[in-house]
Ligand binder design. Structure first.
Ligand code: ADP
Length: 549
């Protein structure tokens, strides 16, 4: 039956047929069979079968199909679960029935290997000869499709995970939206309620002040909420890019802790900052993104730690394998309420909160940690958390930073030296309520040879100016936000003192905001210039130099 075969001659266009030699047929068959494990010829009409590949049986060896099925296909060769399916598929009357309308019928099953592992195989029955009513003979092929199926399974599992994740995110978004509307309504209700109360008690100054404080508080919370949502959507839209700038790691840490100190003081929490083995202070980093991450983690530590607790912020440096780089680990530990084992796995997922605001009375959105993780990922770092319920939590952020090149530092040092030559011997009053900031600024000024006297609020500053000799001081560096008396008020009072030198003495404002509006307000209040915090030493000295000319 294999002697008369015709093959398409693809070289000549595929439409012309040629007679092939027996040798060519053999070669082609050999190639084709390689793809198959077994190939059988089955005579449906006469009910016999013989094997064509791998061993071609003699026609005299032909066996009845049903007994061959038991012997060759089924016994010990098929995974138990698939046995009935394959038996049904290979039932002769069914084959006849199924091949009535189709030329090929197929069944997928798992073949059993000695090691007990199943291999995915495909048995195909291809109609070969038909009479008018039915199929008379067919070819049965068995081939391994294990790679294909396993790949498919892998893809399916991946797909399932993606679907599950997106379903979860969707669900979380729904929960978020409903809790968000609650979280937004709460401060809004407070704003409206306290505005009404203030209106009704307009002549009771103390009550009006209390209402305004509450309105301010709720307004700030609402703003935080909206900022978080905006941050999140900015990150999701991929618009957020990394902006590396030269940073001093000490300044970064102190500027964030300064921001958080008002909250720790108000809640009577101890905040301890510990630098361990930090040798390389100057690095390249995206300072705004770093700030955002640590403000999020520290604010949570404040939020979820009860009054009297402790927050410890440790900064450790270790060597990197990469030349010119360093690894810094930031650890923020609190003695707060802690996080359960089940929840900690989801802490970085969007909109997840262990307790709602209603349950805990603690306001939040459940996206602060997601934003932090996304930002840390963007910067190529790692963030993780450890916690014990009732004992406290520990958040870790580890990141590799490029070190600031020493030659660039030399350039800075040159500017510093040239500026400090003009500043040596000058006397400056430094007004700053925050001890850490005071220390940093004092160091910078002293390094330039400036004599520094410190005051911790506006009242103290005005007092020093009242008592000092005429022209004793060359300038004043004035923080703006301070308890007791703020920087604007203190400046106004100093300018009003009955002394010619104090009408012209340079007073330089130091504020956290560098907006044009702040500069205007500073000028309006009698200040000479304005520098933004965290204070950069070169900028500070240059501003003073300009003011002293
Ligand atoms: P939230 O705005 O709710 O604070 P976050 O994304 O910042 O949102 O944090 C998610 C959740 O993780 C919080 O609701 C809280 O349950 C838990 N969490 C985060 N930080 C701490 C911490 N320091 N101590 C205890 N629980 C925390």
């Amino acid at each position: 039956m294999f002697s008369q075969r015709y093959f398409a001659n693809y070289k000549t266009g595929g439409y012309k047929y040629m007679k092939t030699s027996r040798n060519q047929i053999k070669k082609t068959e050999a190639c084709t069979f390689q793809a198959y494990r077994e190939v059988y010829y089955i005579d449906i009409k006469e009910d016999y079968v013989y094997m064509l590949y791998p061993v071609r049986q003699n026609l005299s060896d032909k066996t009845s199909f049903s007994s061959a099925v038991d012997k060759h296909f089924l016994v010990g060769k098929i995974l138990k679960n698939d046995e009935n399916k394959v038996r049904d598929f290979l039932d002769l009357s069914r084959i006849k029935e199924n091949l009535k309308d189709d030329n090929i019928i197929e069944c997928k099953y798992q073949r059993l290997h000695k090691n007990g592992i199943g291999e995915w195989c495909l048995v195909s029955i291809i109609a070969q000869r038909r009479n008018e009513q039915e199929v008379e003979s067919a070819i049965i092929t068995i081939r391994s499709i294990d790679d294909v199926v396993r790949n498919e399974e892998k893809q399916n599992r991946k797909l399932e995970k993606v679907i599950e994740k997106s379903l979860k995110a969707n669900q979380a978004k729904t929960v978020f939206l409903s809790s968000m509307s609650h979280d937004m309504r709460t401060p809004l209700n407070a704003i409206i309620g306290f505005s009404n109360m203030a209106q009704k008690n307009i002549s009771d100054t103390a009550k009006v002040k209390m209402c305004l404080d509450k309105i301010l508080q709720s307004g700030e919370h609402l703003l935080n909420l909206i900022n978080d949502i905006l941050d999140m959507s900015r990150i999701e839209s991929g618009k957020n890019q990394i902006n590396l700038r030269k940073c001093n790691i000490y300044e970064r840490v102190y500027s964030v802790t300064e921001f958080i100190q008002a909250q720790t003081k108000a809640k009577n929490l101890n905040l301890s900052i510990q630098f361990e083995n930090v040798i390389n202070a100057m690095i390249y980093a995206d300072d705004l993104k770093l700030n955002k991450v640590f403000i999020n983690i520290l604010s949570n530590a404040v939020k979820y730690t009860e009054s009297g607790g402790t927050i410890t912020y440790r900064i450790k440096e270790r060597e990197s394998d990469k030349k010119g780089y360093t690894i810094i680990t930031f650890v923020i530990e609190d003695t707060g309420i802690g996080i359960s084992e089940e929840f900690i796995e989801h802490i970085f997922e969007p909109f997840e909160r262990e307790r709602s605001s209603t349950q805990s009375g603690i306001l939040g959105t459940g996206i602060g940690m997601t934003i932090s993780k996304t930002l840390v990922d963007m910067m190529g770092g790692r963030i993780w958390a450890e916690s014990q319920v009732g004992k406290g939590s520990k958040f870790y952020v580890e990141m590799e930073f490029k070190l600031f090149d020493i030659r660039e530092t030399a350039l800075d040092e040159n500017i510093k030296t040239s500026v400090s030559n003009n500043l040596k011997g000058k006397k400056v009053l430094l007004v700053e309520d925050n001890e850490l900031n005071m220390e940093i600024a004092e160091d910078m000024l002293k390094e330039a040879g400036i004599e520094v006297v410190c005051a911790k609020d506006g009242v103290e500053a005005v007092g020093i100016m009242e008592r000092c000799n005429d022209y004793e001081y060359d300038g004043i560096l004035m923080d703006v936000q301070m308890p007791v008396m703020n920087g604007y008020e203190a400046t106004k009072r100093i300018r009003k003192l009955d002394r010619a030198d104090l009408k012209v003495i340079p007073i330089i404002a130091m504020t956290a905001n560098a907006f044009a509006e702040d500069r205007k307000i500073a000028k309006k209040n009698g200040m000479t210039d304005h520098i933004s915090k965290p204070v950069d030493s070169v900028k500070l000295l240059k501003t003073l130099e300009k003011a002293f000319i």
